[in-house]
Design a binder for this molecule. Structure first.
Ligand SMILES: Nc1ncnc2c1ncn2[C@@H]1O[C@H](COP(=O)(O)OP(=O)(O)O)[C@@H](O)[C@H]1O
Ligand SMILES: [Mg+2]
Length: 420
């Protein structure tokens, strides 16, 4: 089979890696990819949101399956556009991707089907939002409705901060139309856990749980980022908790989407929080998470391409796969300054030396320049290792990190450490 993966980050590198191990694969393409992905797939210089470009390339090259990985093209309807031309595609259609594309939709879905989540109100004009915020409990969680590159959520500690949030989201429109409406939620306390699940709308099979580290600096200080590291499984996600999630969250969500005529086929990501009143949903994503995928997929044992095909055909219950009983850790190496201003174009040293230690290196923001591999984004690499022992997995990953260097490199030194 000829397969095209759409996307170009660490998550797509991890997906391409697993797909490249499939017996059914004859040729792998990735658009737009990156320097690391180019070692296992042919790079196609088409942007991940260029629907027309991807459709045309797939037609011309007789692609058998397109794997649409990032949120934007899914929410924009890339899968629908491909299907319309008779091209098979993995990922939810636009109708189902709304579960991530609109936080108002997902909150209303959870309320309607009694899926545990934070209490909330929705506002479509700034005056009413501010009126409500005058009497609201603090901290208050203010969320732009639509996609906002993971920056659309503000946790306001008082009315003053809330005012600033409403102004930037609804008046200054820093996230464009994504800020036409806001969700204002109660603040939940607890530990966040991510669970990615395969579903074809009939069966839902969770992968190993994960936890990520969103803040830029050690001890969860500094600004929020796309993620500075992750580990899997989460030590606090017990068998009992898994059962509770299956009964109260995972299956009810799959069935709710069916009842709404929005059957979800793909990877459904549950952003969970374990509170004193049980596990609640923080948000849904309509795809693999980044960097959780880089920690979770190395534990997957089976043929990922076969799983993707089975999901499209509605026979997920028939395929066999499992997850290794090991601990997995991913440490993100970023450009100094990220998530704010940073410089790129710096040569990356030590990649082969690190690989020879047995770690996997997933590229995020890298490219080739004059025969060298250089930095090209905020998050540059994810260095990942597995072991039976959690502490050893962390050590292994950091041994890999130590071999790699580039100018102004930044990484956290405490990934997973609070659990050992
Ligand atoms: N109700 C809430 N209570 C406490 N923290 C929250 C709540 N909602 C969101 N957060 C925090 O904000 C982060 C981002 O929110 P989320 O809904 O996942 O939006 P997105 O990932 O689209 O930015 C969460 O990972 C969590 O840390
Ligand atoms: Mg989130």
């Amino acid at each position: 089979m000829k397969v095209l993966v759409v996307g170009g980050g660490g998550r797509e590198h991890a997906i391409c890696q697993k797909l490249s191990e499939s017996k059914k694969l004859t040729k792998l393409y990735c658009a737009p990819g990156n320097a690391g992905i180019s070692e296992i797939a042919e790079i196609v210089p088409i942007g991940a949101t260029d629907i027309e470009g991807i459709v045309n390339f797939s037609k011309e090259n007789k692609i058998d399956l397109v794997v649409v990985s990032p949120d934007d093209p899914l929410v924009m309807g890339m899968v629908d556009a491909l299907n319309k031309e008779g091209i098979r595609a993995f990922g939810p259609d636009k109708n189902a991707a709304i579960i991530e594309g609109s936080k108002v939709f997902s909150k209303e879905l959870m309320k309607k089907y009694n899926i545990p989540t934070a209490k909330y109100e929705v506002f479509d004009n700034p005056q009413n939002a501010l009126e409500y915020l005058k009497g609201a409990p603090y901290p208050a969680v203010i969320k732009a409705e639509g996609l906002a590159l993971g920056k659309g959520v503000i946790i306001a500690k008082d009315y003053n901060e809330a005012q600033g949030a409403i102004k930037s989201i609804m008046v200054d429109k820093v996230f464009g139309a994504s800020g036409n409406r806001v969700v204002i939620e109660e603040f939940l306390e607890g530990t966040e856990i991510s669970v990615l699940a395969f579903t074809d709308g009939k069966t839902i099979i969770p992968m190993k749980s994960a936890q990520d580290h969103k803040r830029a600096l050690d001890n969860d200080e500094g600004l929020n980022t796309g993620g500075m590291g992750a580990f899997s499984p989460s030590p606090i996600y017990t068998k009992e908790m898994e059962k509770e999630c299956m009964e109260k969250i995972f299956i009810p969500t799959m069935e709710a989407m069916n009842k709404e005529n929005r059957t979800f086929r793909g990877v459904l990501y549950f952003g969970l929080i374990s509170t004193k009143d049980g596990v609640k949903v923080i948000e849904y994503n309509c795809r693999f998470g980044d960097p959780e995928t880089q920690a979770v997929l190395p534990l997957f044992s089976g043929d990922l391409l076969e799983v993707f095909e089975a999901i499209i055909d509605g026979r997920l219950s028939e395929v066999k796969f499992s997850f290794k009983d090991e601990k997995s850790v991913c440490i993100v190496m970023a450009s100094g300054g990220y998530p704010q201003k940073y410089e790129t174009g710096y040569e990356i040293f030590g990649l082969d030396e690190a690989k020879s230690l047995g770690v996997s290196i997933y590229h995020a923001g890298t490219k080739h320049k004059d025969g060298k591999i250089v930095t090209s984004g905020g998050r540059v690499l994810g260095v990942c290792a597995q072991d039976k022992d959690f502490k050893r997995a962390i050590e292994k990953a950091y041994e890999g990190v130590k071999k790699i260097s580039f100018t102004n490199c930044h990484f956290r030194t405490d990934i997973g450490k609070k659990y050992i």
